[in-house]
Design a protein around this ligand. Sequence first.
Ligand code: COA
Length: 166
Amino acid sequence: MMVHASFVAAIPACHAEGRWLDRDPAVLSAPAAFAAFVGGLLARADPATPRAHDEVPSSVYWWTEGTEFLGRITIRHALNDRLREAGGHIGYEVAPAHRRQGHALAMLGAALPVAYGLGLERVLLTCEAGNVGSRRVIEAHGGRLHDSSAGKLRYWLVTGPCEDAS
Ligand SMILES: CC(C)(COP(=O)(O)OP(=O)(O)OC[C@H]1O[C@@H](n2cnc3c(N)ncnc32)[C@H](O)[C@@H]1OP(=O)(O)O)[C@@H](O)C(=O)NCCC(=O)NCCS
């Protein structure tokens, strides 16, 4: 797979900020292990795939440029009680080396029509109040603040081509 090397190379910087701790670059360097990992991610979209009781089917997309892994965005096909509180329908992250270049803005812009295609006319996004970058991304795409509790903000975004202005 084209982005194998750049994905594995991004892991240590994610570990440094406490993310992706379950991803071992030494293991994922092996093509077979990487293929199995990617296969597992893709399988999450299938409702028939076994999953933990508090997980829902989800589609994950990798944002890339040539062979470079830049970030990922995940669309959860439904909410459950846990996601309604924190997590929402859509989550994203940009690899540390590629931040502040507009990738998160572009990823969410690309994901909203996909969510609409999945039948989600509006989506819930949550973020920490102190996560200025994520707030800007959500608000730039028309996110309307629903509520704020314990430092966590919840926004609703309309996914469709236009919104009733009334
Ligand atoms: C939050 C995150 C996704 C932003 O990704 P990014 O690609 O750097 O964001 P963009 O370059 O698209 O920036 C979008 C806007 O946020 C601003 N921004 C981004 N990071 C920022 C930061 N750390 N502090 C202040 N503003 C920031 C940008 O300047 C831009 O604002 P503008 O459009 O007014 O110029 C990225 O920092 C990240 O992956 N963080 C860790 C995971 C995470 O927090 N995910 C979101 C969970 S809700």
